[in-house]
Structures are given as C-alpha cells and as structure tokens.
Design a protein around this ligand. Structure first.
Ligand SMILES: [Zn+2]
Length: 234
C-alpha cells in the first residue's frame, strides 16, 4: 500500500477531503528527470521514490573491481600498472581532498580509461551524514572538481562507508533526484579491516564471497599502506 494513502494520524484536525487535496499538491516527482537535474521537492519522504531507469543486461558472471578513497601517491600507480598489464578496467571512487593533493595521478587514472566515481569531497562522516543536503553539497563539490580536471562529471557515486547504516529514504531520494546512481558492493576484500591485510587474505576473502554470485562488485581500497591490495591483484 502506498504510504501516502494511509489515513493521516491528524484526521481529527484534517477533514478527509482536504487530506486528498494535499496529496494532489505533493505529487511523486516526474519520471526521467535526467542526470544532473535536481528538482527540489518535499522531504523527508516517507517512502522510496526512485526514477525509472533502464540498464543493459549482462550475461554470465561479471566482476567489477572498485577502488575507494584514492587517488594516492604510493598505491594508485601500482594499481594502474597491474591493471594495465592484465588489461582490466576498473572503477575508482575518488575523494576530492585526495584529488587536490594528487591531481597528476588522478589524471593518469582517467587517461588510462578507468571509470571515475564520486566518493565525496571530504569523506568526513561527521559532516556528510548530518543530512541529505549536506551529503549532496559535498558530492557536488567533488563533482565540480572532477569536472575541472577531466571535463566530465561522474554520475556514479559511492557513499563513504556504504549506504547501510548511513542512508535512509531521504538520502536515497535526494541523491536519485540529483541524478546520481549510488553503488555499494556485494563482495568486500576486507582490505581496510586493519592497516596491512596480507594479500593472501584479500584474495581469499574475494574468492569466497564471489563463489555463488553472478554480478560481483568488489570493494577494495586505494590509499596509504594499501600496497597489499595492489599485490593481491597481481
Ligand atoms: Zn571511503
């Protein structure tokens, strides 16, 4: 049942006819608003309202390698080198403050033909999770930075720490309205569980979790002391 059709708890004060009139004035946003077009609407929504989108179907088993938190001066070049040798494309969910510090390396990632995803400008939980608008502002700031360097603004984004325990309907709805496609992962390399996770452990984690899945999105990290993540790729 559509929650908007549920009787208002304030029925004592609002006549039923009026309530229906209110519903007409707050319609569900139009479908297909287009990427990058944010049309404000009442929030917090009490239910999920995502734009309809169509996706290409993939046949068989497919794995997407994703690297969060870069670019980093020490590990990104190692990852790029191995991906080049293996001729494997990947997705880098990058942080704005790290792009500013390592803009040359960031450009290398882009020029190598890998996909770039938005992973917020600040990556500061205490700021971005104060509300959906704060997150969106931070993501847009990073988007502008990425656009300055590459000429393109990513549509795909991954929220720091993932949506679980961080997103409610309001976050999903606002990011969707702003045109973003939010991606989590379904296989974690667990390379961030401690400072240096042995490469054998990373490989074992990924293979175990990937066993019974057809579409696999692998979470890995690109940053200080993540040399073993690069080694695990080799
Ligand atoms: Zn992160």
């Amino acid at each position: 049942m559509d929650p908007r059709e549920e009787p208002s708890p304030d029925l004592g004060q609002v006549a039923e006819g009026d309530q229906k009139e209110d519903d007409k004035q707050t319609p569900v946003p139009p479908a297909g608003g287009g990427h990058g077009v944010y049309q404000p609407r009442p929030y917090p929504a009490d239910h999920l309202v995502l734009q309809p989108r169509s996706y290409q179907k993939t046949e068989g088993k497919i794995a997407y390698l994703t690297f969060d938190d870069g670019p980093s001066p020490n590990v990104t070049p190692q990852i790029l080198q191995i991906l080049k040798e293996k001729q494997v494309p990947a997705t880098f969910f990058v942080i704005g403050t790290n792009i500013e510090k390592n803009s040359g390396i960031f450009l290398d990632v882009y020029k190598a033909g890998h996909a770039i995803g938005n992973h917020t400008y600040s990556h500061k939980y205490s700021e971005i999770y104060t509300g959906p608008e704060a997150l969106l502002a931070d993501v847009e700031k990073n988007g502008r930075l990425i656009e300055q360097i590459t000429g393109l603004r990513p549509v795909i984004m991954r929220t720091p720490g993932g949506t679980a325990f961080h997103f409610n309907y309001s976050y999903f709805n606002l990011m969707d309205q702003a045109g973003y496609l939010v991606y989590d992962w379904n296989v974690s390399s667990q390379d961030a569980t401690k400072d240096k996770v042995p490469k054998e452990e990373i490989v074992r984690n990924v293979l175990q979790q990937a066993l019974k899945k057809d579409k696999i999105i692998v979470l890995m990290h690109d940053g200080k002391n993540k040399d073993t993540t690069a080694e695990a790729l080799a």
